[in-house]
Design a protein around this ligand. Structure first.
Ligand code: NAG
Ligand code: NAG
Length: 428
């Protein structure tokens, strides 16, 4: 009986998947030759409510996902504005199907180990919770907490790792979060790998990371959105709140109480950038806020893991720099260098607003400006290419081998930045 129900659910999920929003989506590369064209690009994507995977900038072309019935309008408007574009992935659903096949194959041949968390596959929300709960049972250094429950009833769980049970108030705290955007899957194995390296598989030369630092890791900041992305609509990015006009979802990383609802977010509930009815309207936003509040004064480094584009980014989202902008930039360069030394990848470093366009209401700015976290970064993890090089056309999609690579190389940046903040306190 149980297996019947299972197969019914699977069939249902497949049927739902074939009806989903990705069918007939096309990925375009868009080039903005100068700042004027960049402005026009921003206006047009807002006007047409397009899904911008990465903005078109004079130094870098952008990627925009366009629905089948929007393609004619998109091409007409961009042609009329004189902005160059070309199709790079004609049928996105084919790439999604390929991803699904590769990942399910990888999941079948994964060997379980009690020494590491396997990261050559994607774990569901339930699997991640089991992993966290088991670690708390098996390891003295680990505690698991819930900070609120989502609208669909999923507790927002995070792990605390400490050799002193968080009792030593002199120790700095590093806070890492992943999956604030539901479709940015690669961030999850990166967070899980960090947990492995801090709990199960600690190298001798990394013992200082535990002796000197306490860790908070929130692996799934947007549980409802992530499960929806896994089972129904792969490119879903918001949470699952039902808004007016039947449109679903608020972008959690536009919902923080810091310059809420400025340009770079949207008041259209159907937009992927919808900032919510008011600041902190969302449970997921308040969960992150409350974790920051609970440990205010001790959290010295906040790392928000996202995809893609190969960036190490710091505030503020309004393009102004924080008082320690120079040292933030310096550390970002060192983080990028530690990734490049490990594996030849070129990460771009800079202010988040100048590299991606203005971003109001974001978690990293809230951490700095409202909770006084001196070092606050978004790492946009590199996308992968078929020959091992970066290929932004794969965007948010992943494959098994790439998940391991990404987790290992970003771990280098995590270690570097954690040691740096331990040695260079900055009170903002
Ligand atoms: C951006 O925000 C910061 C901090 O609130 C403020 O000091 C700065 O003036 C703002 N910059 C712009 C361009 O509005
Ligand atoms: C990164 O940049 C260096 C120096 O410009 C270049 O030699 C190298 O090929 C680049 N690597 C990748 C993966 O693009």
């Amino acid at each position: 009986m149980a297996s019947k129900i299972d197969s019914f659910l699977v069939t249902f999920a497949l049927v739902a998947a074939t009806l989903n929003a990705e069918d007939g989506c096309t990925l375009y590369e868009v080039a903005a030759k100068n700042l004027e064209e960049r402005e026009i690009f921003s206006e047009l994507v807002n006007k047409l409510n397009l899904d911008v995977w990465s903005p078109a900038m004079p130094e870098r072309s952008g990627r925009v996902l366009v629905l089948k019935d929007q393609r004619a309008t998109f091409e007409n408007e961009f042609t009329a504005a004189g902005i160059q574009y070309k199709v790079v992935v004609e049928r996105m659903e084919e790439l999604i199907e390929l991803e699904r096949r590769k990942l399910s194959l990888a999941a079948k041949i994964t060997t379980t180990s009690n020494r590491i968390i396997p990261i050559d596959r994607m774990h569901s929300y339930d699997e991640v919770n089991d992993i966290l709960d088991n670690l708390a049972k098996d390891y003295e250094s680990v505690d698991v907490f819930s900070q609120g429950t989502t609208l669909e009833g999923r507790p927002i769980k995070y792990i605390r790792i400490s050799s002193t049970k968080f009792m030593d108030h002199e120790k700095p705290v590093v806070f890492i979060q992943a999956l604030i955007q539901a479709r940015e899957w690669v961030s999850l194995p990166v967070a899980l790998h960090a947990i492995s390296k801090l709990v199960m598989d600690v190298c001798d030369e990394d013992q200082d990371l535990l002796d000197d630092i306490d860790w908070i890791i929130l692996p799934i900041a947007n549980p409802d959105g992530y499960e929806y992305s896994r089972t129904v609509s792969r490119l879903w990015t918001k949470n699952r709140r039902v808004n007016d006009h039947e449109c679903v979802g608020v972008n959690i990383n536009r919902n923080f109480n810091i310059r809420h609802s400025g340009p770079g977010s949207s008041n259209n509930p159907c937009s992927d950038n919808y900032h919510g009815s008011e600041a902190e309207s969302e449970i997921e936003t308040r969960a992150i806020r409350d974790i920051l509040t609970l440990h205010q004064g001790r959290i010295k480094l906040f790392l928000n893991l996202q995809s893609f584009g190969s960036h190490v980014l710091f505030g503020y989202g309004n393009v102004s720099l924080p008082p320690n902008g120079l040292i933030l930039h310096f550390l970002a360069v060192q983080m990028a260098a530690s990734i490049q030394n490990y594996k030849d990848r070129n990460y771009t470093v800079g202010n988040i607003g100048s590299i991606l366009g203005e971003q109001p209401g974001i978690a990293t700015d809230f951490a700095t400006e409202e909770r006084y976290v001196g070092y606050s970064y978004t790492i946009n993890i590199a996308s992968y290419g078929n020959d091992g090089n970066i290929d932004n056309n794969n965007g948010h999609l992943v494959e098994d081998l790439y998940l391991e690579e990404a987790a290992e190389e970003v771990w280098e940046a995590i270690k570097y930045s954690a040691r740096f903040v331990r040695d260079n306190d900055f009170n903002i």
